[in-house]
Write a protein that binds this ligand. Structure first.
Ligand code: GLV
Length: 335
């Protein structure tokens, strides 16, 4: 006779791990499942909701893939053996850390997994905006195009100045790439990097963001979203930028006052924006930012490479196994 669900649960040794869903647009990828199942006993949200009575005692970890499942107070109260929440990617602004820590639960993320892919998207957006790739594509495929105009021009990034706001892992990777493009690099960060780091990429520190903004041809935002960085770039900061400058945002939409940005773009206070992030995501289809020719928007794809996602998933498994065995976790999030 087949085992009952409870009997199967009793026999399992792998750590019970709650995930949202397997497959589909929001789910863990099918081709990661074999690896995941070698190390974790995956429980989808649907299975959990059907068998809460048994699983509330069993689940030790949450595998939070692209912000899901949502961690609420109710869930934390129900999962009495929960030890760790492993978060994919670097941003943890979607979590109520105070609440989670009050339950004695550890939180981990995967910052190294996403830095190359996110820095790449920053460079891709900067180049796409400077060389008007999206407009160019539209001309190339338009049925109305009969010849290519010689007066259609973009801008080289070589020799221009890049201002990086936030010089953490991603900001530094951007600087390494920008150096290869022979850009001048300024950066603003809470802390100045050491001299060796600065020299390796030729980056010059601006203690005040107000000193960086008027000098940069491209301003790239790579900070974490915190109460201190929310609306870091507003009307005043946009007005300090050159009218020929482009703002590139690859961190979180809320770091920019979006209404102020819209106005600055409409009134040509700045030349252009290239955004991988907005708020909300996606923007409502009638949002004015979507109509502007000087704006490029991508659908929050900083970490969307097969390499980064694989790397994330592997680090998450490592963190879960370490945390539930009481071992040090490489990327633990602290208060
Ligand atoms: O947005 C992506 C991340 O936080 O890793």
């Amino acid at each position: 006779m087949a085992d009952t669900f409870s009997e199967i649960v009793e026999k399992q040794e792998l750590p019970y791990t709650l995930i949202n869903v397997i497959g589909g647009p929001d789910g863990v990828y099918e081709d990661h499942v074999e690896f995941l199942e070698k190390h974790l006993k995956l429980v989808t949200m649907q299975e959990y909701l059907k068998n809460k009575q048994v699983l509330n005692e069993k689940i030790q970890a949450i595998f939070m893939w692209v912000h899901k499942p949502e961690v609420t107070r109710d869930l934390l109260e129900e999962l009495r053996n929960l030890k760790v929440i492993a978060v994919s990617g670097v941003g943890i602004d979607h979590l109520d850390l105070k609440l989670i820590f009050s339950f004695g639960i550890r939180v981990t993320n995967t910052p190294f997994a996403v830095s190359n892919s996110t820095a790449d998207i920053g460079m891709a957006l900067m180049l796409a905006s400077a060389r008007r790739i999206v407009e160019g594509y539209q001309i190339a495929v338009s049925p109305d195009t009969t010849h290519f105009n010689m007066d259609w021009l973009g801008q080289e990034i070589t020799g221009t100045t890049l201002g990086i706001i936030g010089m953490g892992r991603i900001g530094y990777k951007v600087a390494q790439r920008a150096k290869a493009f022979e850009m001048k690099i300024l950066y603003h960060n809470r802390n100045q990097r050491n001299e060796a780091d600065e020299q390796a990429v030729g980056a010059v520190y601006c203690q005040k963001m107000e000193d960086l903004l008027p000098q940069a041809d491209f301003v790239m935002l790579t900070v974490n979203l915190t109460p201190q960085t929310c609306k870091l770039i507003g009307r005043k900061e946009l007005e300090l930028m050159k009218p020929t400058a482009t703002l590139i945002n690859i961190c979180r939409g809320q770091v920019v006052d979006q209404d102020a940005l819209l106005k600055a773009l409409q009134t040509k206070t700045i030349k252009a924006a290239a955004l991988d992030v907005t708020y909300p995501e996606p923007l409502p289809r009638d949002h004015a930012l979507l109509d502007l020719k000087n704006v490029i928007i991508t659908p929050h794809i900083g970490s969307a490479t097969s390499q980064a996602r694989r790397h994330m998933m592997e680090r998450m498994v490592e963190s879960i196994l370490a945390a539930i065995n009481g071992l040090p976790v490489t990327h633990e999030v602290h208060e």
